[in-house]
Design a protein around this ligand. Structure first.
Ligand code: PSV
Ligand code: MN
Ligand code: MN
Length: 387
């Protein structure tokens, strides 16, 4: 691909930001509050708009309900637009209510299942108001002890709830079913892996696709294989990007394993699935516990751009030829040459051509925005996960 073609593809790239990444977060041991943290969904959108203004590739913001609960979602969407961004995926939350101790949509109690399903339906109502395309579902449901509940019955309950929500989706709306190996459930999880998610999505129909959260796998899992497989069958809907060293660490994407991120983006380019028109949502799902949030999100966006640029630079003809000739080392070299290219100058050039500062983090630090929000938001309750 020529440098111009690489730049053109990068110009069209879109990365969605999670509203919750801007709020205070931490571990179960301690949340360290940071100055200037948003106090409302509107302030989260304002911060996200700064990231978009400086990087040019983050035009949408995912909401988490009820963390981002407001009275008037159409008004929130209009506010986002004024700020220069739009509202993206609606993330449901059926994991933070006392009723969900034994599960939400898979709970043995039909009353709790109804309550959970009603929340998911409410999220679709919110999508109607915000104009969001995607409903993202993640279930913490599972069990802690062998025999605690019937594994198969729980799958039936899950399928029933998903079907009800699926049937409520509008023509242009989609359901993204996220999986996670474990936590908070430690023995069984009802949607633990891509296979389970895929099987449910297949049964539901074309509007249901799998969301891959890069932090939700066992160590050593070959995520790019999952990406390639799901792309081939048209069932990859989205990514929740982040990094893990141990479990669901939610660190900045590309920080722990930039090579893995490149390998994932390589499968995306191989399938020609980067363009927003192709329907894959590239979202971040991260928390910034000890680092300043806005620059960390800018860094994450840049990490995705760098991995993408390298994947675009792979000499596809040389790679294909080496593969077909059984030239193992040549094929591997075609990938590694691209991965080892320093794409930072190309991205800096691209930003300059777009009228952006070539160094978005330095531009943020010079902008005075942090000093402003630290001053303006000194009062009131700072948002955090769950706020
Ligand atoms: C679960 O660990 C998860 O990745 C889901 O996407 C949740 O909605 C999100 O984290 C909340 O941060
Ligand atoms: Mn996630
Ligand atoms: Mn997670």
């Amino acid at each position: 691909m020529t440098t111009e073609a690489v730049k053109n593809a990068l110009r069209r790239q879109e990365i969605e930001l999670p509203s919750w990444a801007f709020g205070n977060s931490g571990t179960r041991f301690k949340v360290f509050p940071q100055p200037g943290v948003p106090r409302s969904p509107e302030e989260k959108l304002a911060d996200a708009a700064v990231v978009h203004k400086l990087t040019g590739v983050a035009p949408s913001v995912a909401l988490h309900i009820p963390w981002d609960k407001v009275d008037d979602y159409a008004k929130l969407a209009a506010y986002a637009k004024e700020q220069g961004v739009r509202l993206g995926a609606i993330n449901s939350n059926v994991f933070q209510d006392n009723d969900y101790m034994l599960g939400s949509v898979t709970n043995p109690d039909p009353r709790v299942r109804r309550k959970a399903t009603d929340h998911l339906l409410e999220c679709v109502d919110i999508m109607d108001a915000t104009g969001s395309r995607d409903l993202k579902l993640w279930f913490s449901d599972g069990t802690n002890y062998p025999g605690q509940d019937d594994i198969r019955d729980r799958q039936d309950r899950l399928a029933e709830a998903l079907k009800e929500v699926y049937d409520r989706l509008g023509d242009d709306q989609r359901m993204l079913l996220e999986y996670k190996l474990f936590e908070p459930a430690f023995y069984t999880t009802d949607v633990p892996d891509w296979g389970t998610s895929y099987a449910h999505c297949l049964e539901l129909g074309p509007k249901a696709t799998v969301c891959i959260d890069t932090g939700h796998h066992a160590p050593g899992t070959n995520i790019e294989f999952i990406v390639a497989f799901l792309l081939r069958v048209g069932k990859l809907g989205a990514f929740d990007f982040n990094s893990r060293f141990y479990a669901d660490d939610d660190l900045m994407v590309g920080a722990a394993d930039p090579f893995q991120l490149f390998r994932i983006m390589n499968e995306i380019i191989r399938a020609d699935a980067l363009d927003p028109d192709r329907g894959i949502a590239f979202m971040l799902d991260q928390c910034h516990n000890i680092e300043p949030k806005i620059p960390a999100i800018i860094r994450s966006v840049m990490n995705v751009q760098e991995a993408t640029a390298k994947a675009l630079l792979v000499d596809r003809d040389a790679l294909r030829e080496a593969q077909q000739e059984g030239d193992v080392l040549g094929a591997n070299a075609a990938l590694m040459d691209a991965y080892n290219t320093d794409v930072r100058p190309l991205l800096a050039d691209l930003r300059s051509e777009q009228g952006l500062d070539p160094n978005p983090i330095a531009a943020y630090q010079r902008s005075g925005y942090f000093e402003q929000i630290a001053h303006d938001r000194a009062d009131g309750q700072q948002a955090g996960w769950g706020a």
